[in-house]
Design a protein around this ligand. Structure first.
Ligand code: F6P
Length: 319
């Protein structure tokens, strides 16, 4: 059986260990591994090549993806998806492993409906916004990058009486902001999923200042697009000089953490153990287990943030 792997959408740390595990596992199972370079764009352009151990030597500790990725606009047009399908047939590819986020899974859903190419999907995005799934490859490394950045910002914030607004990635999903705010002891956490209350926060902050609070760390999700407004709010309403740090793409880099490397290996093994029996599934991580789910269930559901984490952060949202 010839199986091709591709990485699609925003890259995330852990994709490289997954690619390495994929090649090793294919050889163990007598499958022939192939790489599709440049994600869906590369499938359209026929960038398909047989992979060997040599290709994956020494990549386990590297962020990013050695087979590169893309966000394909051409994929929205059926004529390009047909070309992609023909490229798979010409290279005798029997099945696909796709690492990506919700956009990639939607792209896969359309492709499967049209051409029925067997596949296994593995959630990989720093956003952790895949429904019916609790962990996506890359989110742990991103959280650790944020932790380090917040620790560094705290050094300077605590040396002045200042408020720092730190903006995290995640598109419309507040997972990175929420988890980082709780893990790093921030005073404020604002995310798109929850209606925050600045008046309540103001009351609390003014009391805390009377009791000796001398700086603030506020974590704001990029999906709200209000980081500069919150900076002004701190200056006008709280009377604290304020600065904004947009963490940006550093959150997508970094050497994969131990958790990423271990879970990645299990994701890939589960995908390859099942690809012949269940050729249209997403491998999810749920309740500490790897669970196969129908792609349709994933694309037709909405992700939800963890209730316990939300409860821990309520105070930081003024509710
Ligand atoms: O989906 C991953 C992600 O990093 C989001 O958190 C962010 O909004 C987006 O990708 C940035 O996309 P790009 O790399 O295309 O600027």
């Amino acid at each position: 059986m010839n199986i091709a792997i591709l990485t699609s959408g925003g890259d995330s740390s852990g994709m490289n260990p997954a690619i390495k595990k994929f090649v090793e596992c294919c050889y163990e199972k007598n499958y022939t591994p192939y790489f599709i370079y440049d994600g869906l764009e590369g499938m359209i352009d026929g960038k398909i090549k047989k992979a060997s151990y040599k290709d994956v030597a020494g990549i386990i500790y590297r962020g990013g993806t050695i087979i590169r990725s893309s966000r394909s606009k051409r994929w929205y047009e059926k004529k390009y998806r047909k070309i992609a399908y023909e490229n798979l047939k010409n290279n005798k590819i029997d099945a696909l492993i796709i690492l990506g986020g919700d956009g990639s899974f939607r792209a896969l859903d359309v492709f499967y409906d049209e051409f029925k190419i067997p596949f296994m999907g593995i959630p990989a995005t720093i956003d952790n916004d895949i429904p019916l799934n609790e962990y996506t490859i890359g989110v742990d490394t991103a959280l650790n990058v944020i932790r380090e950045a917040v620790d560094d910002i705290r050094d300077t914030a605590s040396s002045f009486s200042r408020a720092f607004v730190i903006e995290t990635m995640g598109r419309e999903c507040g997972y990175l902001a929420l988890t980082s705010a709780v893990a790093n002891g921030a005073e404020m956490c604002l995310i798109p999923e929850v209606k925050y209350n600045l008046d309540n926060l103001k009351k609390r902050y003014l009391d805390e200042i009377k009791n000796g609070r001398s700086y603030f760390l506020a974590i704001v999700a990029e999906g709200l697009n209000i980081s500069y407004k919150i900076k002004e709010w701190f200056e006008k309403e709280i009377g604290f000089e304020s600065r904004v740090t947009i963490l940006g793409h550093i959150q997508r880099g970094g050497s994969p953490t131990v958790i990423e490397r271990l879970r990645t290996a299990e994701f890939v093994k589960t995908a390859l153990d099942n690809i012949e029996k269940n050729p249209d599934k997403i491998v999810t991580y749920y309740d500490d287990k790897f669970v196969l789910r129908d792609l349709k269930d994933i694309v037709n559901s909405k992700y939800e943030l963890d209730e316990n984490m939300l409860a821990l952060a309520k105070k930081l949202m003024g509710i």
